[in-house]
Ligand binder design. Structure first.
Ligand SMILES: O=C(CO)COP(=O)(O)O
Ligand SMILES: [Zn+2]
Length: 212
């Protein structure tokens, strides 16, 4: 995919995310690797109205090459790419059920949601909670770096998900799966509910390995 196509793909997917209420206001950011750098959505922009040429192009030191000023989370995206050479795209949203999940006390912070559905096990797997830091904080990027070697999906406390994928569509797919399962989990949380067994999860993970 060339740079022009990549810019269009980000703008199209960002609008779809915004139109379905998966992030709001000027929250969230998306990035995508290119052969000669990477693209990230500009700071302060609404995902609903992004023009392809506004999207920031950066080099691997984080310098702006073209487009508007980059997301304040660009160092976080860069840290994930540095730790995950197989990842080609990253999605960060403020999707409300996922944020709500990050506020619940006494969940397992190494794995917040049990394997409620097959697609959650196939697309997300394990979801750790990343401790709270202010958006754009250098310490947030460095903390995410520590998680991202082992995890392609993580949840920032009081903030929202960060999900890496082998492609932009794979990263968006997994982020949507996380939001849908967070909603499901919130609705069964105060009930007695069943999860998939570890054998069932293992069978899924063997048959549908997550490439992220
Ligand atoms: O989600 C956001 C911060 O975490 C949005 O910030 P940016 O507008 O700088 O991308
Ligand atoms: Zn954010």
């Amino acid at each position: 995919m060339n740079e022009g196509q990549a810019r269009k793909e980000i703008a199209t997917i960002a609008k779809s995310i915004f139109d379905r209420g998966l992030t709001h206001g000027s929250t969230g950011n998306i990035s995508l690797k290119l052969s000669d750098g990477w693209l990230v959505t500009p700071t302060g922009s609404s995902m609903g109205t992004l023009e392809p040429e506004q999207i920031s192009k950066l080099d691997w030191e984080g310098n702006l090459l073209s487009g508007n000023a980059p997301s304040k989370e660009a160092p976080l995206h860069l840290a994930v790419y540095e730790e995950r050479p197989s990842s080609n795209a990253i999605v960060h949203l403020h999707s409300s059920c996922s944020v709500a999940l990050s506020l619940i006390e006494d969940l397992d912070e190494h794995d917040l949601i049990p394997p409620l559905t097959a697609y959650y096990a196939m697309r997300v797997g394990k979801l750790p909670l990343v401790p709270y830091f202010a958006p754009g904080d250098k310490a947030l990027a460095e903390t995410v770096r520590r998680f991202s070697g082992k995890h392609h999906a993580m949840l920032l406390a009081h903030h929202g998900p960060v999900v890496a994928g082998s492609s932009l569509s794979a990263a968006v797919d997994a982020t949507e799966e996380l939001e849908a399962t967070a909603k499901l989990f919130l609705s069964v949380y105060h009930h007695r509910y069943k999860s998939l067994t570890s054998d069932e999860v293992k069978e899924l993970r063997d048959k549908y390995p997550i490439k992220a």
